[in-house]
Design a protein around this ligand. Structure first.
Ligand SMILES: [Mg+2]
Length: 306
């Protein structure tokens, strides 16, 4: 027993000795690669060095700076082109199921494009709001529109011109105001969008008395003279007039049209604003930013945590 224990004890000492030697040898080799420990963090200054917190930051960062956003938009417009070719071949095809009535099959073809965040990228305005820590205001928005500096959404100019090259009339159905139309027209022209020739293809909100922010009346106006093949938008309201309901109501309407998405209805991603954002606070824009944020947080399906 004693001999056996003595043997284990010797063995243990040998192991320790080997470890000491190994560490002794390794020391000089690893020492030059070991950086000095970073200095302990100093106290945070009173104002956050990252700037004011903004609920918009990640959305704007994604839309303005990411290759993922650009690839996503190119994907949508590549699909739109395929669908346009199919629609031209199928006389019964329409992207305005509610508004397209009568013998529409023989009408000349058209497409409907929303403008903001569907074909024009206004991320410069969104980025300004993010950095400034402020929110949308018609006055600052109007000033931005008048700079005529909106950029094209990737794939949009090419898609619109492809449609025009096939004899398809390109209509712009936008909730920009009639007052903003001249600058908007200039912006689209500058980027090379087809402008409709002798047909007024700029259908801004309130340009006619019954053209409200819901776009059904404007689609009906186009559908009287054209067969609408494709509708492109970034907001549910670009496709249906029932977009200002609760989240559950919006989901129900969206699902009623499941077969249209990616066929005659092409949705461009916009995580920075839209009726998706206001649905949790019942589209009540008079609420304070804090209250809106509270209601948005309240609808999240969250894991209870560890
Ligand atoms: Mg839009």
């Amino acid at each position: 027993m004693i001999g056996a224990m003595g043997g284990r004890s010797r063995h243990a000492w040998l192991v320790i000795l080997a470890l000491v030697l190994a560490l002794g040898c390794a020391g000089p080799q690893i020492a030059p690669q070991t950086a000095a420990p970073p200095p302990a963090p100093t106290a945070q200054p009173a104002t956050a060095p990252g700037g004011p917190a903004s609920d918009l930051l990640n959305a704007v960062l994604w839309m303005q700076r990411s290759v993922e956003y650009k690839a996503n938009a190119l994907t949508a417009f590549a699909l739109a082109r395929i669908r346009l070719d199919q629609a031209l071949e199928d006389r019964n095809w329409t992207a305005a199921p509610k508004e397209q009535t009568g013998a529409y099959q023989s009408l000349p073809p058209a497409i409907v494009l929303d403008i903001d965040e569907s074909i024009l990228d206004n991320s410069g305005y969104q980025a300004w709001m993010t950095l400034k820590g402020t929110s949308f205001d018609p006055k600052t928005w109007n000033a931005y529109v008048n700079t005529v500096t909106s950029q094209p959404i990737p794939g949009a100019v090419e898609f619109a011109n492809y449609a025009a090259s096939k004899g398809v009339k390109v209509f712009y159905v936008s909730n920009r105001t009639a007052e903003e139309e001249p600058a908007t027209r200039k912006n689209l022209e500058k980027l090379g969008f087809p402008m409709g020739g002798d047909v007024d293809t700029m259908l801004m909100t309130r340009k006619k008395p019954d053209w409200g922010s819901a776009k059904g009346t404007r689609r009906a106006y186009i559908a009287r003279s054209y067969r609408i093949l494709i509708n492109v938008g970034d907001n549910f309201g670009d496709f249906v007039d029932e977009y200002r309901g609760t989240e559950a109501e919006r989901l129900k309407v969206m699902e009623e049209h499941t077969a249209r998405w990616g066929r005659e209805w092409i949705m461009i991603a916009n995580p920075s604003y839209g009726s998706f954002e206001s649905a949790p606070f019942r589209h009540d824009f008079k609420l304070s930013d804090d209250e809106k944020r509270r209601l948005k947080r309240a609808v999240l399906d969250a894991w209870p945590g560890p």
